[in-house]
Design a protein around this ligand. Structure first.
Ligand code: SF4
Length: 301
C-alpha cells in the first residue's frame, strides 16, 4: 500500500477522535498483519537505540577521523548546565542532543535513520526533549514516534527522503517535519495540529542544498541536525497555539518534490557545489585525499 497522502489519516483521526500516532499504529497492525503488541514492541526497540545514541553522542570529546566534527554536543550541554543561555535551556538541550546523535553517527556509532543517517539526530532529540518537558509516559513517546513515521512515509512516497535525489530539504526538512509532528503528539495535540506542525517546518526548508564537504556527512550535516531540532520544537509550539499552515501538508510535500527535481545535481550530495566547493571545503577534500585524515595521522604517531 502506497501511503502518499496524509488526508485519509487525518480524516480517520478526526472521525474516530484519535491522535495521529494511534491511527498509524492501527495502520501498521493492518498492513503487517501482526498484533498491536508486536508493532509497539518493535518501536520500543527503535526508541532504545535512539536513546543510546543521544546518551553516547553528548559525551563525545574526540574529533571524528576527518577532524570536521565531534565534541560540539558536549560543549553546548556544558553551557546549558552553567545556566546562562540566550535561547533557553530546552532549546540548548535539544540542539545538543541532535548534534550528539549526528556526531555519534560520524564516529560510526549505531543510530536510527530517521529518515536517513545524515538526519538521524532530529527526531530522537526532539522526542527525548519533549518527553522530558511533558513528563511523558513510554506510551506517549511511542505514539509520537508512530506519528513521526507516518509523516516520513508520506514524504517518501509523495516526494523523496534522499539528499541525492531532492537535496537536504528531503533529509533534514523531512526529519524536522517528522520530529515536529511527534512533539505535538507527545504534548497531547490533535492529528490536525501534528500535521500542521509538519507542514510548517517542511515548507521552511524548501530548496535546502545538500552540499557535504569532502563527501562526508559532517559539514553542514551535524550542526544542521541541531539547528533544525530547535526549529522543530518552536514549530510544535506554533501548531499547538493554533497557528496553521496556509498550504496543506500534502501540497507542501508536492512542492518539495517539484523543487527537488529542479535542483541542480551539484547540490544533490555530489559535493560539486555549495559549501563543498568553497576554498575551505576543497581544502578539506584535498587534505583528506592526501593524508587519509586524522585516522592515518594518528596511526603514524
Ligand atoms: S547536507 Fe546532504 S548529506 Fe548532509 S544531512 Fe543534508 S542531505 Fe544529508
Amino acid at each position: 500500500m502506497v501511503v502518499d497522502s496524509i488526508e485519509p489519516f487525518l480524516l480517520q483521526a478526526e472521525n474516530e477522535g484519535k491522535s495521529l500516532g494511534e491511527i498509524m499504529i492501527e495502520h501498521e497492525v493492518t498492513i503487517q498483519k501482526v498484533s498491536e503488541e508486536k508493532v509497539i514492541s518493535a518501536m520500543k526497540r527503535i526508541w532504545a537505540v535512539m536513546v543510546n545514541s543521544i546518551k553516547q553522542g553528548v559525551k563525545i570529546t574526540q574529533k571524528s577521523p576527518s577532524g570536521m566534527s565531534g565534541g560540539n554536543a558536549k560543549k553546548l550541554l556544558d553551557k546549558e548546565k552553567k545556566g546562562k543561555t540566550l535561547s533557553g535551556s530546552s532549546i540548548l538541550k535539544v540542539t545538543s542532543r541532535a548534534i550528539g546523535v549526528a556526531e555519534f553517527n560520524s564516529s560510526m556509532g549505531i543510530i536510527v535513520a530517521s529518515p536517513t543517517a545524515g538526519s538521524s539526530g532530529v527526531v530522537p532529540a526532539v522526542v527525548y526533549t519533549t518527553a522530558e518537558i511533558c513528563k511523558a509516559t513510554e506510551e506517549q513517546i511511542i505514539k509520537g514516534l508512530f506519528a513521526s513515521s507516518l509523516i516520513g512515509l508520506v514524504c517518501d512516497a509523495r516526494a523523496s527522503t534522499s539528499g541525492s535525489e531532492h537535496g537536504c530539504q528531503a533529509e533534514i526538512g523531512v526529519s524536522a517535519a517528522m520530529a515536529a509532528a511527534a512533539a505535538v503528539e507527545i504534548a497531547g495535540g490533535t492529528a490536525k495540529e501534528a500535521i500542521n506542525a509538519a507542514a510548517l517546518v517542511l515548507k521552511n526548508t524548501l530548496g535546502l542544498a545538500c552540499d557535504p564537504v569532502a563527501g562526508l556527512v559532517e559539514v553542514p550535516c551535524v550542526k544542521r541536525n541541531g539547528l533544525f531540532a530547535a526549529v522543530a520544537m518552536v514549530v510544535a509550539d506554533m501548531a499547538l497555539s493554533g497557528i496553521e499552515s496556509v498550504i496543506p501538508f500534502d501540497d507542501v510535500v508536492s512542492a518539495m518534490d517539484e523543487i527537488g527535481q529542479m535542483l541542480p545535481c551539484e547540490i544533490k550530495e555530489t559535493s560539486e557545489g555549495g559549501l563543498a566547493t568553497t576554498k575551505t571545503g576543497l581544502g578539506y577534500k584535498i587534505w583528506l585525499k592526501s593524508s587519509g585524515g586524522r585516522q592515518l595521522e594518528d596511526a603514524d604517531e
